[in-house]
Design a protein. Structure first.
Ligand code: ATP
Length: 361
């Protein structure tokens, strides 16, 4: 396994890039520690696959260097980097049995048959493929085929890292949950360096200890799922993580208050202090689950109009209008929700302030 380092990496698909927007990857400076379970999370087109291809060697970066355990591998092709890759769609030999498919990467490296057998049986057991080992891959369903692809990626224990590019796309939703848990278990057991690309936050947050959120060719935040949820460093992270995402309200600051559409919202002393020395366009951020929705007015409650209530079973998502701004609140199923007018409370400890899109620290 290896520690993988990206040193000032940038990439443009244009022959003569001029401005920042000509770069699919703007400036990536990052280290994935040996044995880490990392996810690259971001919307379509933010540069995830480009970055993964630079790590694997399928693509050479326009700028910067890639280091494996301190050794510069930027100019090395994939086969010299000793990595395994699992792609979005199954990559296997249809005419071979499942056993032979799993054994292939090991036999290719000259591993002896006793060890091949041991490892294939172990991986087949982890992925629930034991009953299929004698079957030909051709006749199997798409999700079973993708499990074989995963198995082929996992079977070698001597790789520097395993790179996964949206590997669960073709898998049924129910099985997806199961496989996500499996991958986490496998990581804990085998201690391999996993880099996992996805646009699905649930997939990233359940799988990885460390998630890098990408936006327009940059890593805007790297952190644990809890850090990303509680302290998003950029408004994009707040919006992208969580369902629904964080609410953002344009505001001005006045002493210990944020003023939103002429209404004052109380801040805690530390947050107000952080904002005092800052300039820029301010926004107040609060997660839907922390926004209090009440039927009666009260201290530090703000009047808002109820626009929609969506019942999600265990909770309700309430859409509200505060002046020109739209807010979402997540309310437990058994809590009353007013039909027309609600009184909102903003717990100061859950208010985050942003200036020009970035969290004020
Ligand atoms: P997706 O989830 O849709 O695959 P992504 O986050 O993996 O998206 P990339 O595929 O890395 O993003 O694409 C990043 C940017 O680079 C996009 O603007 C894309 O159009 C562009 N791009 C990707 N591959 C090429 C290519 N071969 N030639 C030119 N532009 C490309």
């Amino acid at each position: 396994m290896a520690r993988i380092e990206l040193n000032e990496v940038a990439h443009s698909y244009l022959p003569k890039p001029r401005t920042d927007s000509d770069y699919a990857l703007k400036r990536i400076h990052n280290v994935w520690e040996d044995g880490a379970a990392c996810a690259l999370l971001g919307p379509s087109g933010c540069g995830k696959t480009t970055l993964l291809n630079i790590v694997s060697g399928l693509l050479g970066p326009s700028k910067g260097r890639v280091l494996y355990d301190g050794k510069d591998v930027t100019a090395l092709p994939p086969e010299k980097r000793n990595i395994a890759q699992v792609f979005q769609f199954p990559v296997l030999y249809d005419t071979m049995s499942v056993y032979n498919n799993l054994a292939f990467p090991l036999r290719n490296r000259g591993v002896n048959e006793t060890q091949v057998r041991e490892r294939v049986l172990e991986i087949a057991d982890i992925l629930d493929l034991t009953d299929f080992l004698k079957k030909r891959a051709a006749g199997l369903a798409a999700d079973a085929k993708q499990k074989i692809s995963l198995g082929r990626g996992l079977v070698r224990s001597d790789v520097a890292a395993i790179l996964f590019d949206e590997p669960l796309t073709v898998i049924d939703p129910q099985l997806k949950w199961h496989l996500r848990r499996k991958l986490k278990e496998i990581h804990e057991k085998l201690k391999l360096t996993f880099i996992y690309v996805t646009h699905d936050q649930v997939e990233a947050l359940t799988f990885a200890d460390q998630v890098a959120v990408m936006y327009e060719g940059e890593m805007v935040q790297i952190g644990s799922p809890q850090e990303l949820f509680e302290n998003p460093q950029h408004r994009f992270v707040g919006y992208f993580i969580g369902s629904p995402g964080m609410n953002f309200l344009k505001c001005t600051l006045d002493g210990n208050h944020a003023r939103v559409n002429g209404t004052d919202i109380k801040l805690d002393a530390a947050t107000a202090e952080k904002g005092r020395n800052k300039k820029g366009n301010f926004e107040l951020g609060i997660r839907p689950m922390y926004l209090g929705v009440h039927t009666e007015p009260g201290d530090n409650r703000v009047k808002a109009a109820v626009r929609m209530i969506e019942d999600q079973g265990s909770n309700k998502i309430v859409t509200l209008k505060l002046g020109n701004s739209t807010l979402k609140a997540s309310v437990f199923e058994d809590r009353p929700v007013p039909e027309k007018t609600a009184y909102l409370s903003f717990p100061p400890e859950w208010i985050r302030l942003f200036a020009d899109g970035w969290l004020i620290k």
